[in-house]
Design a protein around this ligand. Structure first.
Ligand SMILES: [Zn+2]
Length: 301
């Protein structure tokens, strides 16, 4: 059983000419419906996250500045977005989307997707890189507080390091943060995750997939997760403007296969968040993201 969080506001918080690609948030659900991978019953519309759930992860001073649009011009610029009430509201909806996905996945021992999120560059007290609040961190903390999970594994395979997530959970042994990311890519200064695997520029399918399999096996020798978050950004593709790696669409799909095979083997709930994807042709981005849903369908229908 699969559930998918989506709201039309995911795609429309920014000025038309903003450089961040927003159209994928609308096109991906359309594609998944059109091809029959999902039907309307799979989708739900998230509400706004309860402020106290955000406070479990983020600094209260930062949150109040963010909500009152009082961050400095510099803080706003580093976040990557021009701030507005609509943008902040969108962020709280995305947070609730991932939290509700976690609740659903737990209750049904299944898989849930947020068609947004994976805002892994948001720190306890600041945002950067198109991330204002950290959805996986908020949802993970919520699960721990509910005693719905005791050992969470975050598999972050977006090409950029999950620096915010690493910082948030640096002293939390119940959340194992694993990030596989471009060594020479943003962020320049990397945080320390529980396990970081830096990737050299131009890495191909074969090397990447081998490294992923062996690393996941190593992690599972150390911990036995009872809940998994999967940050499935598609900026690892060779076509990606920011990625610097050399993976094919097929390789990216095999990556998803490897993760879902492990989830199935462990028989644990999983929440997938969208992450990045900056290939110049929007069709490539949609195809790569759609593949993650197609693979999940195979294992969790
Ligand atoms: Zn990314």
């Amino acid at each position: 059983m699969i559930k998918v969080a989506f709201d039309h506001s995911y795609a429309h918080p920014l000025p038309e000419n903003h450089r961040f690609p927003m159209e994928k948030y609308d096109l991906l659900p359309k594609q998944l419906l059109l091809e029959g991978t999902l039907d309307e019953n799979h989708f739900f519309v998230p509400q706004i996250l309860d402020f106290k759930d955000a406070l479990e992860v983020h600094d209260s001073h930062y949150l109040s500045k963010l909500c009152n649009l009082e961050l400095t011009a510099r803080e706003e610029r580093i976040s990557g977005f021009p701030h507005s009430k609509a943008l902040v509201e969108r962020e709280f909806k995305i947070m609730e989307g991932t939290r509700m996905c976690a609740q659903f996945a737990k209750e049904h021992n299944g898989v849930a997707f947020n068609i947004a999120g994976g805002t892994h560059h948001a720190f306890t007290n600041r945002g950067e890189g198109f991330c204002l609040l950290n959805d996986q961190a908020i949802a993970a903390k919520w699960l721990l507080n509910q005693k719905y999970a005791n050992q969470i594994l975050i598999i972050d395979l977006d090409v950029h390091q999950g620096n915010g997530t690493a910082e948030i959970f640096k002293n939390e042994s119940r959340v194992f943060t694993f990030s596989m990311h471009g060594e020479h890519n943003y962020p320049l200064h990397k945080e320390v995750s529980d396990l970081d695997i830096p990737l050299f520029d131009g890495m191909n399918d074969e090397v990447y997939l081998h490294l992923l399999t062996s690393t996941l096996n190593l992690i599972l020798e150390k911990i036995t997760p009872d809940f998994i978050f999967y940050q499935c950004g598609v900026d690892i593709l060779s076509t990606d403007k920011l990625g610097r790696l050399n993976l094919t669409l097929e390789g990216c799909k095999k990556r998803d296969e490897i993760v879902f095979q492990i989830v199935k083997h462990l028989d644990v709930p999983v929440v997938c968040t969208m992450g990045g994807g900056y290939s110049p042709d929007i069709k490539t981005i949609i195809e790569a993201h759609a593949n993650t849903f197609r693979v999940a369908n195979k294992y969790f229908e």
